[in-house]
Design a protein around this ligand. Structure first.
Ligand code: ATP
Ligand code: MG
Length: 152
């Protein structure tokens, strides 16, 4: 797996990164969003949905667990924070989202064994009020995401 690190200085740069990522998505991708509370997983998910052409409201799925969106590609947004056991994932009936959907899974690292293998893992680390270190791991195309495009 390729690994790329991007330092973003503010939310606009996180959105810019989301735009660059979205250009590579074709549907049928499993994306893990990892990082502590407030790292920006939901912010990045919202930015990806916007980049994929979804114009409506994106709710944080923390309490509702899953939501789906029909953007230019269909998107399944999951947040596993409130689950206690990985087996609960097996009861969600997620198989129906395996064709076509882009999965954006917050807190996926809690239960990787109950999820499909990720195509892309995005880990966010808080470095300052708006500064985030973002590590991408996955397919070779992530090498086209250059840290210097973000002023670094
Ligand atoms: N560069 C940045 N990228 C993303 N979010 C940022 C950035 N700078 C500041 N923020 C702020 O950090 C917060 C991130 O909140 P968000 O809900 O996305 O976190 P989360 O990782 O989903 O947390 P949770 O684990 O509670 O779901 C938002 O208030 C956002 O505006
Ligand atoms: Mg969140």
């Amino acid at each position: 797996m390729e690994k790329v690190q991007i330092m973003v200085k503010n939310q606009e740069q996180t959105s810019l990164l989301a735009n660059k990522i979205a250009r590579h998505l074709k549907g049928n991708e499993i994306i893990f969003l990892q990082g502590q509370l407030g790292a920006g997983k939901t912010f990045l998910a919202r930015s990806l949905l916007k980049a994929l052409g979804f114009e409506g409201e994106v709710v944080s799925p923390t309490f509702i667990l899953q939501s789906e969106y029909q953007a230019n590609l269909p998107v399944l947004h999951l947040d596993l924070y409130r689950l206690e056991h990985g087996e609960e994932i097996d009861d969600l009936g997620l198989e129906e989202y395996l064709d076509n959907y882009v999965w954006l899974v917050e807190w996926a690292d809690r239960f990787p064994r109950n999820l499909p293998e990720p195509d892309l893992i995005i880990s966010l680390f808080i470095e300052g009020e708006e500064e985030r270190r973002i590590i991408l791991q996955g397919k070779p195309w992530i090498r086209s995401l250059k840290n210097d495009d973000f002023g670094n």
